[in-house]
Write a protein that binds this ligand. Structure first.
Ligand code: A2H
Length: 266
C-alpha cells in the first residue's frame, strides 16, 4: 500500500434478462421496474477488459443494489463501497448521488443469489458472461466484485480452471456447464518470455494446481502484473501493437467516456 488513496476503475457489467426466473427472482423484479443494473467490479487493469470470461462474487458476501442518481443506474456492490462512492465526485463536480454520503439500497443480495447471472461485459470477446464463485474475494476491498481475466490474472485463471475441471465444484454452487465450459482464455497481451497469456504461462511453469499453492500463486501474480505493465504489448483491440503502459490510461479514459466505467477511490 502506498500513500494516499488507491484509484480503481469500476467496470460496468450489465445484468442481462435473467434465464432462471425462480433462481433470480429478486433480480428479475428489479429489472422489471425498468432499471439498468450493473455488477461493478473494481480493477487496476482496465486495459485487460478484452480478456474477460466471467465475473466473480464471494458466495457468502453481502451485496446491495444501490441507486446512482447521477446516471439513473443501479450498481451491485458492497455497502461499504456504495458508501464510499456516494462521497466521491463523478464529472464536473457532480456527485454519484444527489445528496453527499447518502445511499439508496433498492435490494440486498447474498453473493450466492448473484451466481449464474448473465452479464454483458464491455470490450469482452464473449457476448455474454456469467457470475461465478471466487472464494478468495475480500469484502473489505474494492466493491467485493471482481471481473475475471484468466489470461493475465493468476487468481482468475486458477478459479475458472477449477470450475471447468471439477463438476462437483460447479454443482456445489449451481453453476451449469454452459456457464463455464465454452469460455476459453482470450490472449490479449504479449510479454517477451511469457507468451500471450502470461497468467496461464506462470501457473503452468510453477505447476500451480489450486489456491492452496499460496506462495507460488503470489509469485505468479507479482511477476505477471509487473512484467505485463512494463513489457506487455497489446495484441487485441484498436490499440493492438502498443505498450500496455502507454495504452492503459487511454483505454481507461475511453471506457469512462463511453459510459462503460467510472473511477472509485479508497
Ligand atoms: B485486477 P489490490 Cl488482469 N478481493 O483486475 C480480491 N481481489 C480483488 C478485489 C477483492 N475485493 N477487488 C479487486 N480485486 C482484484 C484484473 C487484473 C487484476 C489483472 C491482473 C492483475 C490484477 C482482472 N481480475 O490485480 O489489492 C482485481 O484484479 C493485481 C493486483 O487493490 C484488481 O485488479 O492491489 C486487484 O485485485 C486489486 O488488487
Amino acid at each position: 500500500e502506498g500513500v494516499g488513496p488507491q484509484e480503481y476503475v469500476l467496470i460496468k457489467l450489465r445484468v442481462l434478462p435473467v434465464e432462471d426466473e425462480k433462481r433470480h427472482s429478486k433480480m428479475a423484479a428489479l429489472l422489471e421496474k425498468g432499471k439498468v443494473v450493473y455488477l461493478v467490479p473494481a480493477t487496476l487493469r482496465p486495459e485487460t477488459m478484452y480478456g474477460q470470461t466471467n465475473c466473480f462474487v464471494l458466495p457468502t458476501g453481502e451485496y446491495g443494489a444501490y441507486y446512482i442518481d447521477a446516471t439513473d443506474e443501479v450498481f451491485i456492490m458492497s455497502a461499504r463501497s456504495a458508501r464510499g462512492l456516494s462521497c466521491q465526485m463523478f464529472k464536473n463536480n457532480d456527485g454519484y448521488t444527489k445528496e453527499f454520503g447518502k445511499i439508496e439500497c433498492l435490494e440486498t443480495f447474498s453473493g450466492e443469489e448473484l451466481l449464474g447471472l448473465p452479464l454483458k461485459a464491455p470490450l469482452a470477446k464473449y457476448d455474454k458472461v456469467y457470475t461465478l464463485p471466487l472464494l478468495t474475494i475480500s469484502m473489505s476491498k474494492g466493491t467485493g466484485v471482481v471481473t475475471s481475466v484468466p489470461s493475465d490474472a493468476p487468481d482468475d485463471y486458477v478459479s475458472l480452471k477449477a470450475l471447468q475441471d471439477k463438476a462437483d465444484f460447479r454443482a456445489k454452487y449451481n453453476i451449469t456447464d454452459e456457464m463455464v465450459l465454452p469460455y476459453e482464455v482470450v490472449p490479449i497481451i504479449s510479454i517477451e518470455g511469457y507468451g500471450d497469456a502470461s497468467a496461464v504461462f506462470m501457473c503452468e511453469k510453477l505447476k500451480i494446481k489450486s489456491f492452496n499453492d499460496k506462495a507460488k500463486l503470489q509469485q505468479a501474480k507479482d511477476e505477471t502484473y509487473l512484467k505485463g505493465f512494463t513489457l506487455g504489448i497489446m495484441t487485441v483491440g484498436p490499440h493492438s501493437g502498443k505498450k500496455v503502459s502507454e495504452v492503459k490510461p487511454i483505454i481507461k479514459e475511453e471506457m469512462i467516456e463511453a459510459g462503460q466505467a467510472c473511477l472509485y477511490f479508497e
